[in-house]
Ligand binder design. Sequence first.
Ligand code: GNR
Ligand code: NI
Length: 168
Amino acid sequence: MAIREILTVPNPVLKQVSEPVAAVDDALRGLMDDMLETMYDAPGIGLAAIQIGVPKRVIVMDLAREGEDKQPRFFVNPEIVWVSDDTQGYEEGCLSVPEYYDEVQRPSQVKLRYLNYQGEQIEEDADGLFAVCIQHEMDHLNGVLFIDHLSRLKREQAVKKVRKLRAA
Ligand code: GNR
Ligand code: NI
């Protein structure tokens, strides 16, 4: 396992649309292991492969709170097959937009279909933080960042803040 570098805005790689994975094999599990280690190290609650520069439709997540046992989850080729009409606002952050947080409105509940670490097809309902996080991560697979849901002014302020952070 290895910790990989997390790309930050305005890196154009983050705008790429990621490609579906052909097979869940040992090579892919190796990538997922690296992603999980990178996410825990950051630390974050989710990570999409494109954030370490790999344009594959792969997400890792762990929503366990501090002190709880780890609950790693893996999502390969995830699809959102249903979203609720009602929405929830949540103060989001992103490892690719460090130290910037703002509220984003998204559907409160979604239904997902994906392949897990073993390559089994799973269907699952998500709500609460799980729904927020999976939608945030699926946006990454489509080259979309949470700041893309904000006004242009706020988005530019966020990028400026990250540039400053990097220069410091
Ligand atoms: O660690 C993260 N926290 C978070 C908080 C609110 C909404 C979404 C997230 S995901 C983020 C990690 C990340 O950037 N994943 O792409
Ligand atoms: Ni993110």
